[in-house]
Design a protein around this ligand. Structure first.
Ligand code: SF4
Length: 335
């Protein structure tokens, strides 16, 4: 199968139906032992210092991994991708735009998906077949999520990792399903996390220092039991067609669509406090104002740039936040 790079979650069913192997460039970046190398490639080619590390990183990955076809999401994710696409074209890549509709509207989604299928040389009918094949795989990822918040048997990092990987199923959805099945089957034998732990919700784009963030939170008596965007990648509201699935997917649309989902999940998962991660130089950081005013829980806004580890400053803020929540809980006498 020919590889096709993707800059965020896209209707992967269409790519698979067209005979491509999707590669989420973000996942390649963060799982590399040396992600800063990719940022250096971008900066050497002229990307400004004040450009988001994800954009620079995925550019570097694209060039380094020799990926020729790239589907660039120009609307519903990141406006920087428009310029990224232009530079990739300059470098000889076949960079194609994909724009989510402005609103979660079924008619517009139908048009958008048909157009993507035609561009890649397939049909929506063929992609629907892939959707049905992927249904049990997506359901398994959501089962793991349930084991995280309901049964308390799964770590925040595991939840993050398996959910985020549904953007490209690590390049092989059969293998992904096999490996995840093994993990889910092992969960009943695990000791649950203690009832007393602080339950944290994580909202916003995935962080550059996720690998260290989740274990650090757990080291301090808390656990992330809700990963907002990562869970959305797994398509928790699949509906009965691709059109419905990608209309119900909240991430590409307005903050209000996201907030409706966030508020429901915060309540359902009995969240004590929320970490809102924002990426330096990202327009989504401005949304923090809306998030903070709409969420009726303690919110810690963490920013990350191009450091793929937790620095002392971030660690101290996390500790202080968790300490404040703990005091609040003991004052109320709950738990
Ligand atoms: S973090 Fe923000 S600026 Fe960076 S790629 Fe994502 S949406 Fe774009």
């Amino acid at each position: 199968m020919k590889k096709i790079g993707i800059t965020t979650t896209v209707p992967v069913e269409i790519l698979l139906a067209a005979g491509y192997q999707p590669v989420d460039l973000n996942n390649v970046l963060v799982s590399s032992p040396d992600p800063t190398r990719f940022i250096t490639i971008a900066e050497r080619d002229g990307f400004p210092l004040n450009c988001c590390a994800w954009i620079k990183g995925i550019y570097g990955v694209c060039l380094d991994a020799g990926i020729d076809d790239v589907l660039c999401v120009t609307s519903g994710d990141c406006s920087n991708t428009i310029m990224l696409m232009e530079v990739l074209k300059l470098k000889g890549k076949n960079a194609m735009p994909f724009a989510y509709p402005e609103r979660p509207d079924k008619e517009q989604m139908d048009y958008t998906l048909e157009k993507l299928a035609a561009t890649l040389g397939t049909t929506l009918k063929a992609a629907e077949k892939i959707r049905q094949e992927l249904q049990p795989v997506r359901a398994l990822a959501l089962k793991l999520d349930e084991l995280t918040w309901k049964e308390n048997k799964v770590s925040g990092w595991e939840d993050h990792l398996w959910l985020i990987s549904t953007s490209d199923f690590n390049g092989d959805y059969h293998q992904y399903q096999k490996e995840l099945q093994v993990l889910v089957e092992k969960c009943p034998q695990r000791q649950p996390y203690p009832n007393k732990e602080i339950r944290v919700g994580y909202i916003g784009v995935p962080s550059v220092y996720a690998k260290e963030l989740y274990p650090y939170i757990e080291k301090h008596g808390a656990r992330v039991v809700y990963n907002e965007v990562q869970r959305q990648f797994a398509m928790p509201e699949p509906g009965n067609s691709l059109i419905e699935q990608y209309t119900n997917y909240t991430y590409p649309y307005s903050i209000n669509e996201r907030l409706a989902d966030i508020k429901t999940e915060l309540k359902k998962r009995r969240i004590d406090g929320v970490i809102h991660y924002v990426q330096a130089f990202c327009h989504r950081g401005i949304g923090d104002i809306v998030m903070r005013s709409a969420i009726d829980l303690p919110v810690l806004t963490l920013e990350g740039n191009a450091e793929f580890y937790l620095n002392g400053h971030v660690k101290t803020r996390i500790e202080a936040f968790l300490d404040m929540i703990e005091r609040k809980i003991s004052f109320k006498g709950v738990k």
